[in-house]
Design a protein. Sequence first.
Length: 363
Amino acid sequence: MNTLQKSKFDALTGMRAIAAIMVFVYHNRKYWRHDLPFEIMRFISEWHIGVTVFFVLSGFLLAYRYEGKPLESKKSYLKYILLRIARIFPLYWILLSCYFLDTAYSKNVNTYFLQYSLFYSLFDSYSVSGIVQAWSLTVEFFFYILAPFLFILLKKSWQYCILFLIGFFFLGWGIGSGLHELNGNPKGFLSPLKFMIGSTFFGRSLEFFFGMLLAYLMKNEKGILFLNKLKKPTVWGGISILVLNICIAFFARNNFVHGVERWEGRLIHELFLPVGIAVFFWGLMTERTLVSRLLSSKFFILLGNTSFVFYLIHLSYFNMKLKSYVYLPDRNFVLLWICSIIIYLLIEKPLYELCRKLISKIN
């Protein structure tokens, strides 16, 4: 990306920090249940939508950068996949190894291959083991594998892309249901349906699609004309995210049962929320507002760059270790960000740069 493009995306980098903070608040909401009004608790209990922000952003950035390039040759596809592996796996493997070496926490977990390969999150029975929140990495990696083919379909027609993703959904449903009929599917591979829809790429693919669609509209003359017709996209995109968050919360039974567990909430989450997020992204990139200036600040860019580390350590093993020293979530929040910045600067960033150099040497 050139300097102009990079500066245009600075606010999106900062937005990654906001998404990570939303997920942190969502996972720690129980600590404030006696201090916050029911309505506020109900609202933040749907902040799992921070993951949706990540998915839409991944769809947009990958489509904007690569388009059909990974399929120009076998070598280009190989380098593309290796770069995607280098982006998420090395740090994940290091953190997962720390977890397995601490047998006080991992003594009952023996699914080593499934954990290291990220296949564990395709099984309902294993979905809350290891680094629990890494289930989203499995969803991301499925998208990475399929993205080059989706780019080609989207270039031909967005309808082709939608039809493929619908077919992919029914494929996952068919596999899970078929195994259930065959042998009961005891480990819950792509089953039950609620698990497949909420925790796998088979059910979450539309979130990436709307991010990709934004990228293709931005690279198309007619698409730009359409996007330019959107007035105050930062304001209206932000309001739509807020309203849709409230709508999803409306369908929840209580503060610890998500609105997306009802079909109405899931429909809003998959079909309408990603559109609002995409519109908001368009506003961040094209409007000079207080929000875009804040998210483009060096502070938020640093937090955005470290958000992947923060996401991987904010829950389960690493947060539990931290809580053994400092229990209050507000203090954990600051300490987790400090730990994330240190890990990013000393481990994640240099490790990724090393991987990139090695991959670039492939002839």
